[in-house]
Design a protein around this ligand. Structure first.
Ligand SMILES: [Ca+2]
Length: 178
């Protein structure tokens, strides 16, 4: 796997991917539920995503996704990650874990903050079971070789699998600020 992520930490403006922006628009207008006391399954997933990153726990991270998981990248990050000669606009579970493992291997500690509380049924799923969550992610990686920071708007789509267990189905990078 190439060391692609360094490019992602480079400070430069980026243009949101059109389709992802449309998805964000479709997910707009969602309300939060400030009066809910029990944590919703999709919120628990994002809490665990944070824990997996900060505790550098690939096992936990792997439990948050399924085989059909897709992480859609900003256009500046599109590349031929699997070497088949075709530019990849997203990657799946295997590359998500490989990417995280690469970051973990080179870091002393990681801060992975997720902010935002919107959640609503995703308009792309007529059954209404898939939840759309817009979040701001602040990722800081500390290492002896230097620290890196990334701030990213992202859209997560969460849904239950055949067993009824919730998982992160899609992750869309929408806009990078650092
Ligand atoms: Ca490819």
């Amino acid at each position: 796997m190439r060391s692609y992520r360094e490019r992602k930490f480079i400070v430069k403006p980026s243009i949101p991917v059109f389709t992802a922006a449309m998805l964000a628009f479709a997910a707009g207008g969602c309300g939060s539920s400030p009066h809910e006391t029990a944590i919703e399954p999709w919120e628990a997933l994002l809490d665990d995503l944070r824990n997996a990153w900060e505790e550098e726990d690939l096992s936990l991270m792997g439990s948050l996704f399924r085989e059909d998981f897709q992480h859609h990248l900003l256009e500046v990050d599109w590349d031929d990650y699997d070497g088949d000669g075709i530019i990849d606009e997203y990657w799946g579970l295997e590359y998500e874990l490989e990417f995280a493992g690469m970051i973990f291997a080179s870091s002393d500690s990681i801060s992975f903050l997720i902010s935002g509380d919107s959640a609503c049924p995703w308009s792309g799923d007529s059954t209404g079971v898939t939840m759309a969550l817009n979040r701001l992610i602040d990722l800081k990686v500390f290492s002896a070789q230097g620290n890196t920071e990334e701030s990213m708007d992202a859209l997560f789509l969460c849904r239950p699998d055949d067993e009824g267990d919730w998982y992160i189905w899609r992750w869309y990078d929408l806009e990078s600020y650092l």
